[in-house]
Design a protein around this ligand. Structure first.
Ligand SMILES: [Zn+2]
Length: 264
């Protein structure tokens, strides 16, 4: 996803990225640099109390207009994408922020990916699918959340770099109009789109019963309908979801590029 974005930066944005990351201003170096920078936010989240910035808990019955209500004090992915984008666009570090431009860039790259993972924008009193245990497990994935966090990508059997090349080729084969249409929208739009994918392809398709609007902090406090059993995926489910995940990665790459081109 970071690599897809790197290939689509304007010369000015690419130069600024290379300055922030302190790397050479070439497409290859910036692609490697952004890919590496995308990991940092997951490493810092527990120590810096920023874990809530990686997702937005939207209940299954929520509407798009509920996004604000589910994002208190801007502690959610779409708000942080907006704020870190604004920080970089201002080209000066605001006094009020404890985050450097390097941090802001690393958050942007990471959160742009997270917000396109459907279970980072939906919760059915189940911590975004973390409380549904899969039996049998799928590869390394023992829960629904981890299945969508990486195991569907793993099931494609390609290295990250080969996958990026593949997806890039696919994007290039689309018309400019389609590419532009997919790059459009703002972080709230992207979160809502992810939410709708989760409702359709996860909660409805797997027939997970709808739960009350609750956001348990631990799975042991989740409703019995979610945790008192395990979940078995229907045959062919993972393969069928690969195309959904691929398109989400492609959109994330196009949109991150737009965000960076507009901010930097
Ligand atoms: Zn994350």
């Amino acid at each position: 996803m970071a690599r897809l974005a790197a290939a689509r930066l304007t010369p000015a944005a690419r130069t600024r990225v290379s300055q922030i990351l302190r790397i050479t201003d070439t497409e290859a170096a910036v692609a490697d640099g952004l890919a590496e920078a995308s990991i940092w936010a997951d490493h810092t989240k527990n120590g810096s109390q920023t874990a809530a910035w990686h997702y937005i808990d939207l209940a299954l019955e929520d509407r798009k207009s509920d996004i604000g209500k589910r994002c208190e004090n801007d502690n959610c992915a779409p708000a942080r994408l907006r704020l870190f984008g604004a920080q970089l666009a201002a080209k000066t570090t605001a006094q009020s922020t404890q985050w450097s431009d390097l941090d802001a860039l690393r958050f942007l790259v990471h959160l742009a990916g997270d917000i396109h993972q459907p279970l980072h924008a939906a919760s059915n009193a189940d911590q975004g699918g973390n409380c549904e245990r899969l039996d049998p497990a799928v590869g390394q994935a023992k829960t629904l959340h981890t299945l969508w966090d990486g195991e569907i990508v793993n099931s494609m059997g390609e290295s990250k770099r080969t996958l990026a090349t593949d997806l890039d080729r696919e994007i290039v084969s689309w018309s400019g109009k389609r590419q532009q249409a997919l790059a459009a929208g703002n972080p709230d739009d992207w979160a809502w789109e992810s939410h709708l994918l989760a409702v359709k392809f996860i909660y409805k398709q797997l027939r997970i019963p709808k739960q009350p609007v609750e956001f348990p902090v631990v799975c042991s406090a989740a409703p019995a309908e979610i945790i008192a059993r395990t979940w078995r995926l229907p045959r062919g489910y993972v393969e069928a979801m690969q195309s959904v995940v691929r398109l989400q990665l492609e959109k994330a790459g196009l949109r991150l590029a737009r965000l960076l081109n507009e901010s930097l």
